[in-house]
Write a protein that binds this ligand. Structure first.
Ligand SMILES: [Zn+2]
Length: 189
């Protein structure tokens, strides 16, 4: 059994950034992070190489290792072209802006075809909306609501989210991750 060292940073705050074999993140949206247990396990199974470490160590009576902060897969995995359908990614597609009035506060989601009328919760039917617009539209169908969208909802590609992601970086990025994040975005014109 591995006994965590008594250092200050909690182990849960030490996820590893997972890179593909080409040293790009395995996924951006969401960012590919593994908990320390999965990272350490994959090191022992020789599925990944350690690229960078935290200062935080784990110890057992016979063994000590620094927790990996960046790991890279040994075998390349073809990345998915489409990001997952998540709350964050819908907000990011819509640039954290109400698609009806442009407000950036009190954001929630609106179903163009209301759920009560069989509307799906998917990329094509869900838009970012402020609470006021959400209440205003209520259970009405979009075409008869008299409200206008900035853009019709769509299923974005990873590239689409990349474009917007430059303006909305995640809250926490460990310094050892920075060399592997966003550099390919910055090269775009
Ligand atoms: Zn609004």
């Amino acid at each position: 059994m591995i006994i965590p060292a008594s250092e200050k940073v909690p182990l849960e705050k030490c996820p590893a950034l997972v890179l593909n074999a080409d040293f790009r993140p395995l996924s951006y949206y969401p960012l590919s992070l593994w908990c320390w247990q999965d990272a350490v396990k994959s090191v022992f199974l020789e599925r990944v190489s350690i690229i960078s470490n935290y200062e935080r160590k784990i110890r057992s009576p016979s063994f000590e290792m620094s927790l990996p902060s960046v790991i890279a897969l040994k075998n390349y995995i073809k990345p998915s072209e489409h990001p997952s359908f998540t709350r964050f990614n819908v907000f990011l597609r819509d640039k954290f802006t109400c698609q009806y009035c442009g407000d950036k506060k009190d954001l929630t989601f609106d179903h163009l075809l209301p759920k009560s009328k069989g509307g799906l919760t998917d990329w094509d039917n869900v838009v970012t909306a402020c609470s006021t617009c959400n209440v205003k539209k209520g259970g009405r169908l979009y075409p008869v609501s008299g409200m206008t969208l900035y853009q019709r909802p769509f299923r974005p590609t990873v590239d689409d989210l990349h474009q917007n992601g430059r303006h909305f970086p995640p809250n926490f990025l460990h310094e050892s991750w920075m060399d592997y994040l966003y550099w390919d975005v910055e090269l775009l014109p």
